[in-house]
Ligand binder design. Structure first.
Ligand SMILES: Cc1ncc(COP(=O)(O)O)c(C=O)c1O
Length: 1022
């Protein structure tokens, strides 16, 4: 047993009279006073007194006769050191004896005593104070300063051996454990010592060490209000692990506080503001707190046995045991993470690396449910009080019925529980929380589906536990899987509220491939009486007991005040589920936006679909709605290279951050872009005019043709659409001949739509092309009749879009152009819809017809959604057009638009998107042909590259258009997450013209969904 401590303890404290103490103060230390006020102070082994004289108040300390001189010198040296290194730290200042020695000596019957005088510090010991959070922080800060101030300090006496209260030698007192009478108490104490052995000793040698005060207990710290005003009693100073200083302070600061974790976080946070804590120190901090408490209980029990009458010994035993019980009831790793979080480290060391991996392309999770979660029809339900459905929430059957109705109405196959306010829920499970707060913040994501739905492993992994959590509440089986996050190491996925069938589905230790069934969703009896759902949670660290291993259960909700720690233990399950951020907000539901839109935007703007879509985001060929559901975009030929293509976005952002002006200044980009664009055209199409929309391009093309020819009339193809301006509506039969249109104006002549399926000649061969071209000749004839000068232009889309995805018969445009040119008209090719490689085999669709137009107009895909359009023509036409009137478009050809246009060309080239359009398009045509063989309603399948149409008929023989049915097909596809639209004179042609990044995988979805829709009854009657 440590000899020194026992000797000092056995030697009673000195017993000088107050009068004698006053005399010592005056004579030996020169403290003046008439008289000096002397008051005794409590001490376990020394005699201390407060002396108030003329120059202030001091503490006079008469040491125990058995006290080692070296230890006393150590204390004086420490205080002197701190006066230099931490001048603002409130520790006593040393008053030197008058004789210049380091300490005075006095003699009593007990022997010789060293006497020191130090300044008296104001304040009350914090033991008796109601502590505020600010004071707890300040305590930490002061302990940090104390440690920091002692960093460079050394003293031989600091290396004393056999010091009983030395936390570095905690195990020394273990021999006295049997002196603790109560068996339950002994069990808790043993646990603290065992954890010390398991968790502290392995890293002990790595912990930084220095001289410490070593006893910042609540009787040795003084405070005034919210601030620490003194740290006193350096009697236990010793060399030891640096972290002990904080551990000792915490062991006392946490006694009987309402929230151990919150107080600890404040003290640790304050400390770390001044003195950073190393990872190893944080790992063992709470174990040291616990073992310090255990030491104190064991030592006092031992002394109680030796000195049964000394009450001081047992003073702190009961609160120490209470705190020890609270600490040991929490998972040691949880406390480790708490300490890290408080000290400004990421709570879970591996959290960031795991999350990085989960976000990286290396992580490719499959859906845990038997359908693609991204695409699945879903409703997001609020689980807050008062939310729809909550009126029957306590009746599982009624709730499930309500939920089912909602799901059917929304064509949803799953519901996602949205817990309002950071996904909060009420959790009342079996975990002790030692918090005044309920664990009410949900840590996972709940997916509501039918009971017994199989659940699949999202990644390859190993089953860790399969446990039936039926006590004390029935939460049903829980499966915990372990997965490897590359170099970041393992993480876990928990599936909760499972059916008992799960218990015979997998076993612990089993290796599982991604997609393998690992569980089944349980019903309301295993989830606290809710609709059937699975709770999916990510866990970075199971915080398992090192000896017992994972117990198969885990907290599914956390305390609001501890979320900074819980979020690192249980990161967002959406990292794997990938439901999307939209799922967790509720701001953009169509119900919210439609009334505003009606009021704000005017009724001529239409929305697609009966159930309108709010689209919040686009990724490649996908459009993401306000619930996070991904819809396959099969109609957007504007976002040509894919929605939000990073290369295009970056080009835009880069140039926007640099400069955006107009064409009145020189800028290289517009020239680079014009040259690159022109190079994709056959000669002599060389000159480019930049504008902002297809309409503006066609307007300019008309103006050009009229200026160059000196004529006005136009010949256009029936059912064409060329833009929204007055002039263009007048040449667009699709507009002027339909609802609200004013009919054909006399300066416009229409050539018939050369439709090989529905037109006069039902063939695509050259003969049909020539025959249809004759209709252009006739229209020119009519134009000459109207105005003897003849028409200024013949304009045609290179493939008719609004006409119903009509690919012209061979030789049509060649013939048409011959007629036009013979009459002195210019030939305009409108490539606004079909240009930029969509047709696959060539950049421009007019090339399919072997012609070279005089003017070509471009738009939609040109800027991938950025308003960018152009007119391309020959140098001769350009020269004649320059008749003195300036052409200027404010936005046309600005540097940002040109940078975007360049980026679009980059992507088309680099990703070989034309080849992809050819391949995917051919495969789709084949598959549509296959569907046509099986579904009577498909009258015709047509198109080139990724510009396709499916003509829906009520009767194949009569080719009667099935308008309502086609419309119903688009609605049903929309419900299944596939977006197509209809067009054509009878609005019965399904129009398919996706971004051309659309590949085989997407094409397969389209075909499968179309097949499913056409196979189900009711389309015809729709
Ligand atoms: C063939 C064709 N030309 C011109 C336009 C007009 O383009 P914008 O809407 O950009 O003015 C369109 C638009 O749909 C179009 O399809």
């Amino acid at each position: 047993m440590p000899a020194t401590d026992r000797d000092v303890f056995q030697q009673p404290a000195p017993t000088f009279s107050l009068h004698e103490l006053a005399a010592i103060a005056h004579e030996r230390f020169g403290i003046e006073g008439h008289p000096l006020h002397v008051a005794a102070l409590e001490s376990e082994r020394d005699q201390n007194a407060r002396i108030t004289g003329e120059t202030g108040t001091f503490v006079l300390k008469v040491a125990n006769a058995a006290e080692d001189h070296g230890v006393l010198d150590l204390q004086l040296a420490m205080l002197q050191h701190l006066a230099r290194t931490a001048p603002h730290l409130p520790v006593p200042r040393v008053l030197s004896p008058l004789d210049g020695s380091s300490s005075a000596r006095v003699v009593s019957a007990q022997g010789q005593h060293h006497v020191r005088v130090v300044s008296h510090l104001e304040g009350d010991t914090i033991a008796g104070l109601a502590r505020t959070p600010e004071l707890e922080c300040d305590l930490g800060r002061r302990i940090g300063q104390l440690v920091d101030g002692l960093r460079g300090f050394g003293h031989p006496a600091a290396h004393r051996t056999g010091f009983l209260w030395h936390l570095d030698e905690a195990a020394n007192v273990l021999a006295w454990l049997d002196d603790v009478v109560d068996a339950d108490d002994r069990a808790v104490l043993s646990l603290a010592f065992a954890r010390h052995a398991q968790r502290v000793l392995p890293v002990f040698d790595r912990l930084p060490a220095q001289v410490l005060h070593n006893d910042a207990n609540d009787h040795n710290v003084l405070a005034i209000g919210d601030r620490v005003s003194g740290i006193i009693d350096f009697g236990d100073a010793t060399f030891g692990r640096r972290v002990n200083e904080l551990a000792v302070a915490l062991a006392y600061a946490l006694l009987d506080v309402p929230d151990v974790v919150a107080t600890a976080m404040r003290v640790i946070g304050g400390y770390a503001e001044v003195t950073p804590l190393e990872a190893d120190e944080l790992r063992v901090l709470f174990d040291l707190v616990a073992v310090r408490l255990a030491m104190s209980v064991v030592i006092s029990s031992h002394r109680t046995r030796e000195f049964p009458h000394n009450e001081y010994l047992t003073i702190s035993q009961a609160p120490a045991l209470r705190l020890l019980r609270r600490l040991t009831a929490m998972r040691p790793e949880f406390l480790h993470f708490v300490a890290r979080d408080a000290a400004g480290h990421s709570a879970v060391p591996q959290h960031d690396a795991i999350v990085d991996w989960l976000r990286s392309p290396a992580c490719r999770p499959v859906s845990p449910l038997p359908f693609d979660l991204r695409r699945a029809g879903r409703i997001v339900i609020s689980l807050a009080d008062g939310a729809p459905g909550m009126h029957v929430a306590n009746d599982p059957v009624a709730y499930w019925e309500w939920l089912h109705q909602e799901m059917v109405a929304a064509d949803a196959v799953m519901a996602i529980g949205r817990y309002d306010e950071d996904r909060s829920c009420y959790a009342g499970d079996q975990f002790t929380t030692d918090s005044p707060e309920t664990r009410s913040v949900h840590l996972g994501i709940d997916l509501f589906v039918d009971a017994d739905t199989p659940l699949h492993a999202m990644l390859p992994g190993t089953v860790v536990t399969v446990v039936d959590n039926d006590m004390p509440f029935d939460y049903g089986p829980t499966v915990i899987m372990r997965h490897e996050a590359g170099d970041a190491g393992p993480f876990h996925v928990l599936y909760g509220h499972l059916s008992r069938r799960t218990l015979i589905t997998v076993r612990p230790g089993q290796q599982v491939a991604a997609g393998e069934v690992v569980a089944y969703v349980g019903d309301h009896t295993v989830n606290g009486g809710w609709a059937p759902h699975v709770h999916v949670q990510l866990i970075t660290d199971l915080m398992a007991d090192p000896e017992r291993g994972p117990d198969g259960n885990f907290e599914g909700a956390g305390e609001p005040g501890r979320m900074s720690v819980w979020r690192q233990i249980a990161p967002d399950a959406d990292l794997l589920l990938r439901l999307g951020p939209e799922t967790w907000t509720n701001a953009e539901a169509p119900d919210e936006l439609m009334p505003r839109r009606r009021a704000d935007l005017g009724p001529s703007l239409r929305t697609s679909y009966r159930n309108q879509l709010t689209i919040t985001r686009g990724v490649g060929p996908w459009l993401v709605d306000h619930t996070g559901r991904h819809h396959l975009d099969c109609v957007n030929n504007v976002c040509h290279v894919g929605h939000a293509h990073p290369h295009v976005v970056q080009a835009l952002a880069r140039q926007a951050a640099l400069l955006n002006t107009n064409t009145r200044y020189l800028h290289r980009t517009i020239l680079d872009y014009a040259e690159r664009l022109a190079a994709t055209f056959p000669d002599p199409l060389r000159v480019v005019y930049f504008v902002n929309s297809g309409s503006e391009a066609n307007e300019l093309a008309l103006r050009m043709a009229r200026t160059v020819t000196g004529r006005h009339d136009v010949v256009a193809v029936d059912w064409g659409y060329h833009g929204n301006t007055n002039d263009l509506v007048e040449i667009s039969a699709y507009k002027f001949n339909r609802a609200g249109g004013a009919g054909r104006r006399s300066h416009v002549q229409l050539a018939e739509l050369p439709d090989p399926y529905r037109g006069r000649i039902r063939s695509s061969d050259h003969h049909a092309g020539v025959a249809y071209a004759a209709s252009v000749g006739e229209a020119i004839g009519r134009a000459v009749e109207h105005d003897s000068r003849g028409p200024a232009a013949f304009i045609a889309e290179s493939i008719s879009g609004c006409g119903g995805q009509v690919v012209f018969p061979d030789g049509y445009l060649r013939g048409a152009h011959e007629h036009a040119r013979a009459a002195g008209a210019l030939c305009i090719a409108d490539e606004v819809q079909v240009g930029f490689g969509r047709v696959g085999s060539s950049m421009w669709a007019f090339e399919l017809q072997g012609v070279v137009p005089d003017i070509v107009t471009l738009g939609k895909p040109m800027g991938n959604g950025h308003p960018l359009a152009a007119v391309v023509t020959t140098p001769d036409i350009a020269a004649t057009f320059a008749n003195g009137m300036e052409f200027f478009s404010t936005f046309g050809g600005n540097p940002v638009s040109c940078a975007v246009g360049m980026a679009v060309l980059d992507v088309i080239e680099q990703d070989e998107l034309m080849a992809r359009a050819s391949q995917t398009g051919s495969w789709l045509l084949e598959q549509f042909g296959e569907l046509q063989r099986r579904h009577e309603m498909i009258g015709d399948v047509r198109g080139v590259g990724m510009y396709l149409g499916i003509d829906m008929v009520a009767d194949r023989d009569t080719r009667e258009p099935a308008t309502a049915a086609a419309n119903e097909v688009t609605e049903r596809l929309r419900a299944r997450g596939v977006l197509v639209s209809t067009d054509g004179p009878a609005d019965n042609v399904l129009k398919i013209k996706p971004p051309i990044v659309f590949g085989r995988a997407e094409a397969e979805i389209l075909v499968a969904e179309l097949d499913a829709v056409l196979s189900r009854p009711g389309v015809r009657s729709g």
